[in-house]
Design a binder for this molecule. Structure first.
Ligand SMILES: [Mn+2]
Length: 307
C-alpha cells in the first residue's frame, strides 16, 4: 500500500502579524490532488496539526475541509497529536470524525488496541498495521516519584517511552499473526531523536525531562514516521526512520528549505521505497538586513514582478 507521511502543519499559525490561511488552503488542495495523482491509500499527519491549543475558527474550518476532502477522495487519514495540539480540542470531534474515515489519536490511550490499527488500501484490503503513537506527555506514561533527580526523571521517561513503543509493537506483531498475512508494521512519533537538526520554530519539548530519544530505542518497525522537526531528514542515515518536516516554512530560517512530503510504499516484503514529493512554495519568505536606505532598495528589488 502507499502511505503519504506529513507532519507539523501548524494550522492557524499567526506569523509576525500574518495569517497562513491562504497558504494552508492551497496546501490542502495540492495534497488532495497529489493523493489522486499518486494513488495514495492513506495519509498520516504526525502531530502539530494546529499551531496552538486554542486554534482560531478558520483553522478548525481548514481541518474539517482537509478531512472531508480526503474522505471524498476515498483516502484514509490518521491524525496524531503533537506538542502544540490540545488533547481536548482533538478529542472533542474524534468520534464524529471516525464516521468520516479519519482516526484521531489525541494522547496515549488506556486501551492499546485504539493505537494499534490496520490501515486499509483504497479498495478496503488490509495493507499495514500502524502503531499510532502521538506526542507522549510525561504524565501519560510516568508516575512521579518523590526525590528523583532531573537525571533520574529523564531516564525514567526515556524508559517509559521505550516501553510504550515495545508494548504497541508486540501487540502489532500479535495482530499480524491473527490476520494471517505478513503485513508491514509502521510506527509514528512526535519527538526529537538524537542527532536531528532543528529550526527556530520548533518549540523544545521534554525540557528538563527528555531532550532526545535514541534511535536504537525504536522497535523493529518497517517504517517509522516522525514529526516535530521541521526540516525533512532521515534519522541516523536510515532510510526507514524519517522526519517529513513541515509542508510550509514556519520561521525565516526554514524559508530556504525545500519542503517535502513522503510517499511510503510498503508490502508484505516490508518497506519497498520512499519517494520524496516536493511541496511547492505557496508564499515566498525573505529576510533582509541593512540600513533603512539599503532596506528600501532591497524591498523594491524584491518586489520586481517575476523575481
Ligand atoms: Mn511542529
Amino acid at each position: 500500500m502507499r502511505i503519504l507521511h506529513t507532519s507539523d502543519w501548524h494550522l492557524g499559525q499567526y506569523f509576525l502579524g500574518h495569517s497562513r490561511q491562504a497558504e494552508h488552503q492551497k496546501l490542502i488542495a495540492w495534497l488532495v490532488e497529489q493523493t489522486r495523482l499518486h494513488a495514495v491509500d492513506s495519509v498520516l499527519i504526525v502531530g502539530d496539526i494546529f499551531d496552538t491549543g486554542a486554534p482560531p475558527s478558520y483553522a478548525r474550518e481548514l481541518y474539517y475541509t482537509l478531512i472531508l476532502a480526503l474522505r471524498d477522495a476515498g483516502v484514509g487519514l490518521t491524525l496524531l497529536a503533537g506538542n502544540h495540539d490540545s488533547v481536548a480540542v482533538l478529542e472533542k470531534s474524534r468520534n464524529l470524525l471516525t464516521a468520516l474515515n479519519t482516526v484521531v489519536i489525541p494522547s496515549v490511550q488506556d486501551d492499546p488496541n485504539e493505537q494499534v490499527r490496520v490501515l486499509t488500501t483504497c479498495d478496503g484490503k488490509p495493507g499495514a498495521i500502524i502503531c499510532a503513537i502521538p506526542f507522549i506527555r510525561p504524565r501519560d506514561v510516568l508516575q512521579s516519584i518523590a526525590g528523583q533527580s532531573a537525571r533520574d526523571k529523564q531516564e525514567s521517561l526515556q524508559d517509559a517511552i521505550h516501553a510504550h513503543y515495545q508494548a504497541l509493537f508486540a501487540l502489532a506483531e500479535q495482530k499480524r499473526v491473527e490476520l494471517g498475512t505478513h503485513l508491514p508494521i509502521i510506527a509514528t512519533g512526535h519527538l526529537t531523536t538524537v542527532g536531528a537538526s532543528v529550526s527556530e520554530s520548533v518549540r523544545e519539548i521534554y525540557v528538563g525531562a527528555l531532550e532526545a530519544f535514541p534511535t536504537s530505542a525504536f522497535p523493529a518497525a518497517d517504517y517509522i514516521a516522525l514529526g516535530h522537526i521541521h526540516r525533512p531528514q532521515k534519522v541516523g542515515g536510515l532510510d526507514h526512520i524519517r522526519y517529513s518536516g513541515s509542508p510550509i516554512p514556519l520561521s525565516f530560517d526554514e524559508a530556504r528549505q525545500q519542503k517535502e512530503m513522503l510517499l511510503v510504499d510498503v508490502s508484505t516484503n516490508g518497506l519497498e521505497r520512499v519517494t520524496v514529493l516536493d511541496v511547492p512554495c505557496f508564499q515566498p519568505l525573505l529576510s533582509m538586513k541593512g540600513s533603512l536606505k539599503e532596506l528600501e532598495a532591497a524591498v523594491l528589488a524584491a518586489c520586481v514582478p517575476g523575481r
